[in-house]
Design a protein around this ligand. Structure first.
Ligand code: CP
Ligand code: NVA
Length: 300
């Protein structure tokens, strides 16, 4: 494993290795056991979109590992004035030990990895969010003590979160059902990957998707970069919500996850969100531990 660009690139055993290391690092952090595996190492963090969790968890995580993290807004880099990604990759490779990038196009993340000589971590693109899905799998395993055989149901937009969940969950032996409105299907690469799995289904009815689910997941109806479509999306996504009915359709001990930020009252009701807040904020916390594991694997 040289980079973390998308879930599609990871072997199932690599996912499990990252989760195991993440559990260990979480234990060490909670018990004050030093784990400075990246002493003297520097991570550059390029952001072309907003972030709370990704930015803060990478920066804090790097500090806890003994390294240093640099926040680089793409607006303030020459990249923002058109310097090619290939040149940016070659320059940053001379200074840094790793790059985390959050941007729009997956191709830019792939280009950074191809032209640079240091590990690249995808901190979200329009097509994938692998760091979030690793944290989600870690959280599911904490709550359910296993992954294999569980059913995860995603209701909402077939965007980055849906794509990465489909691939990541199927790889570790989970079943996945997805309910999206027409025209908001997951990306072709995720559907192509899923077609070989009997445990995958794509449906139009949220309650059908939620039947017997062990984990319910949703994401905002309008992602970063789609703000202008927000009003149309509110109409198109009406009913694609996690609410009391969805909870009733699922297994009695269902857990609810949300990558956050949440638009309560849209993709999830206030009530369901607050009733499942423990798992949701554990999921947020686990971004820190899962990403520390990724950084140790790639940069250690
Ligand atoms: N879930 C997530 O990636 O959050 P941020 O956008 O705050 O980084
Ligand atoms: N789908 C959301 C996820 C945010 C973490 C977005 O891309 O804005």
């Amino acid at each position: 494993m040289k980079h973390l660009l998308k879930m599609l690139d990871l072997k199932p055993e690599e996912i499990i290795e990252i989760l195991n290391l993440a559990d260990q690092l979480k234990y060490e952090q909670k018990h004050g056991i030093p784990h400075k595996h990246l002493q003297g190492k520097t991570l550059g963090m390029i952001f072309e979109k907003a972030s709370t969790r990704t930015r803060v968890s990478f920066e804090a995580g790097m500090y806890q590992l003994g390294g240093y993290a640099l926040f680089l807004s793409s607006q303030e880099l020459q990249m923002g004035r058109g310097e090619p990604i290939e040149d940016t990759a070659r320059v940053l490779s001379r200074y840094l030990d790793g790059i985390m990038i959050r941007t729009f196009k997956q191709e830019d993340v792939e280009a950074l990895a191809e032209h640079g000589s240091i590990p690249v971590i995808n901190g979200l693109t329009d097509s994938s969010h692998p760091c979030q899905v690793l944290a989600d799998l870690m959280t599911i395993r904490e709550y359910k003590n296993k992954l294999e055989g569980l059913k995860l149901c995603f209701i909402g937009d077939g965007h980055n979160m849906a794509n990465s969940l489909i691939v990541g969950c199927l790889k570790v032996g989970m079943n996945v059902s997805v309910a999206v409105p027409e025209g908001y299907e997951p990306a072709q690469f995720a559907l192509d990957f899923a077609k070989d799995y009997a445990g995958f289904e794509l449906v139009r009815e949220p309650l059908k998707a939620a039947a017997n689910a062990d984990v319910l997941v949703t994401d905002v109806w309008s992602s970063m970069g789609q703000e202008e479509e927000a009003e149309k999306r509110k109409r198109d996504f009406a009913g694609f919500q996690i609410n009391c009915e969805t909870i009733k359709a699922a297994n009695p001990d269902v857990m609810v996850l949300h990558c956050l930020p949440a638009h309560k009252g849209e993709e999830i009701t206030h009530k369901v969100f607050e009733e499942h807040a423990n798992a949701i904020f554990d999921e947020s916390e686990n971004r820190l531990h899962a990403q520390k594991a990724v950084m140790v694997k790639l940069m250690g």
